[in-house]
Design a binder for this molecule. Structure first.
Ligand code: ADP
Ligand code: MG
Length: 279
C-alpha cells in the first residue's frame, strides 16, 4: 500500500489536474526511462479543420453519416464541416464499423488513412492531393478511391516545452503516430522529440512499448485514442489525455484532466522527489 508521502504526492497531482489511479502509478512514473507519445489529440489539439475536399455529393452524405458514428477527432471535423447536409437519402440499415487506427467503414464504403488504399485504383489521382504537413483522408468504394479530405490540426501550446523538460530530466521522448510520414516529421521537428515513427497501427504501438521493456526500461506511453488503449495498458505507466476516448482513460494509470503535458512534467518531478524520500 502507498506510503503517506506517496498519498500526499497523489493528492498534489489531483490538485494540478493529474489523476493517479494508485500509488504504484506514482512510483512507476518516478522511474520512467522513455516516454512514447501519440500525436493526434496528444501533442496536437486533435481539433481538425477540413480545408479541402472533393467527392460526389451523395458519397459525401454517406461519409458524413459514417463519421457521425465515430469519436475520432477527424470524424468530428468532417461532421462539423458539413453539419447542414441532408442525410435523408442515406441508407442507415447497414452497420458502421470503426477500424482502430485506420478509419471507418460501412459496407463497401471506407473512409481512412491513405495507406489502407494502397491496392485501390485511383482514376482521379487523389493520391496527388496528399499535401506535406496536412492529414489526408481518402474515401474508397469497392476497389476505387472516390474522394478525399485534407485536414489541418495544431500543435498544443505546451508540447515543445514539456518535451524539452522531460529530455532535461534524461527521459527520451519518442513520437508514435498512425498518421502519415510527412505530418509525423513536421510535428516531430516542431516539438523536438528524440525520434518519430509514422503509420503505426495499434499493434505497432504495443510493440514499441514491449521492445523497450524487454531491454529493461520503464516505459511511459501517453495517448488519447482507442488506437492507443492497448499500448497504454501494456506500458509501465499509461497516461491518457482527459479529452481522449473513454477506453483510453480506462486503460491508463494516469489521466491528465486538462490535457496539459506541462502538468505531467510537474508530476514527474514531484514523483522523483518522492523517490529520494523513500531511499
Ligand atoms: P494518431 O496515432 O496520430 O493519434 P490515429 O491512429 O488516431 O492517429 O489515426 C491514424 C489515421 O487513421 C488518421 O490520420 C486518419 O488518416 C485515419 N483515421 C482514423 N480514424 C478515422 C476516422 N474515423 N475517419 C477517417 N480517418 C480516420
Ligand atoms: Mg490520438
Amino acid at each position: 500500500s502507498a506510503t503517506p508521502a506517496t498519498l500526499s504526492a497523489i493528492s498534489n497531482g489531483a490538485k494540478n489536474g493529474v489523476l493517479f489511479k494508485g500509488g504504484a502509478a506514482m512510483e512507476a512514473l518516478s522511474s520512467m526511462d522513455i516516454l512514447y507519445s501519440d500525436k493526434t489529440g496528444t501533442l496536437t489539439f486533435g481539433e481538425f479543420q477540413v480545408i479541402e475536399h472533393e467527392m460526389d455529393r451523395e458519397i459525401l452524405k454517406e461519409v458524413v453519416y459514417i463519421e457521425q458514428q465515430s469519436t475520432h477527432p477527424i470524424a468530428d471535423a468532417i461532421v462539423a464541416a458539413f453539419k447542414d447536409i441532408d442525410l435523408d437519402s442515406v441508407d442507415q440499415r447497414e452497420p458502421v464499423e470503426e477500424i482502430a487506427g485506420s478509419g471507418i467503414k460501412k459496407g463497401e464504403i471506407i473512409v481512412g488513412k491513405p495507406s489502407i488504399f494502397d491496392t485501390y485504383n485511383d482514376p482521379d489521382n487523389y493520391r496527388g492531393k496528399i499535401t506535406a504537413g496536412y492529414t489526408t483522408v481518402f474515401v474508397g468504394i469497392d476497389d476505387q478511391i472516390v474522394g478525399y479530405f485534407t485536414l489541418a490540426d495544431q500543435i498544443r501550446d505546451e508540447s515543445a516545452e514539456a518535451v524539452a523538460g522531460f529530455q532535461a530530466e534524461k527521459i527520451k521522448v519518442s513520437l508514435i503516430t498512425g498518421d502519415n510520414e510527412m505530418v509525423a516529421k513536421k510535428v516531430a521537428n516542431e516539438v523536438n522529440v528524440d525520434d518519430y515513427f509514422a503509420n503505426c497501427s495499434p499493434e505497432d504501438k504495443i510493440k514499441f512499448v514491449q521492445e523497450n521493456q524487454a531491454m529493461g526500461q520503464v516505459v511511459g506511453m501517453i495517448g488519447d485514442g482507442i488506437n492507443d488503449a492497448p499500448a497504454l495498458a501494456n506500458a509501465d505507466i499509461g497516461i491518457a489525455m482527459g479529452s481522449g476516448s473513454s477506453v483510453a482513460m480506462e486503460s491508463a494509470d494516469v489521466v491528465i484532466v486538462k490535457n496539459n503535458l506541462a502538468k505531467l512534467l510537474y508530476s514527474f518531478k514531484l514523483s522523483q522527489k518522492l523517490n529520494k524520500i523513500i531511499i
